[in-house]
Design a protein around this ligand. Sequence first.
Ligand code: FES
Length: 353
Amino acid sequence: METVREGTASRDGEGERPFELPEVMTGTHGPEDGAGTGTPWPDDVPPEQDDTWFPLRDQPWKARRLEYLIASLWMVTGGCGIGLMICYWTGGQAQVEGALLAAAFGCLGAGLVLWARFLLPGQDVVGSRGIHYSDQEERAAVVASLSRGTDAMMARRGFLVKKVLVPMGGIFGIAALWPLASLGPRYGRFLYHTAWYPGARLVDENGRPIRVGDLEVDGVLTVFPEGHTDDTLPQNAMSPAVLLNIGGDVIHERKINVGFEQRSGGNGYVCFSKICTHAGCAVTLFNVLSMQLVCPCHQSTFNILEDCKPVFGPAPRPLPQLPLLVSPDGYLYAKSDFVEPVGPGFWNRGGPA
Ligand code: FES
């Protein structure tokens, strides 16, 4: 509906003259009011609107059947949640997990759509665009209207909400938390110790115990604690050590290095961690002339005669030493675990020394 209000305009030679501006009425209308009349929403909502009406209200058997269908869909969602947990627990399989997730969300969504479309109370209401704000009273009316709908929904479909949606959604929600396990195993004290222990005999890769006479002077051998030769197992991975026979004379010459002598146990044998303190490569090269161990990855060089102190390359600290003893029957064994934690990283960032 249009009304007319006055304005002015100027045109050369004509001076000012009144002209007409169209004015658009705000407000809403009902079918009986005609366009442009009426009052803003929510008064558009027919006062006689029945808040308990829903599409299947007059077909209770159909509503009941639909309820069962929705319940079944949500139970499938819950079942998929259980399936996800089992699948994850047994090692996981990306395709199966994807299918289960799709089925779970699909059934959950389908159930919600059917529920909203056919079982929730409410009618389609057409309202025109009116003024774009609501006063306090109108807001209160909207809230009251929504509350009536919610009450009616809970009164009629409490079974679906409380007995099916909440428990099944809960199961599915718990299943969604399971990937947290992918953050990795709990290390506990694993990083603080290796498989070496007091009294552990030194053995070669075949598990053969090492005796004092087995290694000639300037000889080198990778050794493991007895019973822990499989260094592919996480609990053994940090245990490999380099056993060197640098000769009793050399040790004698270095008598000034008290710590060295005490830890080596004499007899020319010394033993150091084989895990480089830079980035964890295996320290495999022994330079007899300079009495140095060299890591092939980035050439960190450790001076054996100075407790394997790094003298070149990026390694930040010495290779930890394994204190040795000799049993009465001539076998080499560990007096304790390494004197400090082995490997790189964690220990250089403030871990216990
Ligand atoms: S890992 Fe040994 S020097 Fe880098």
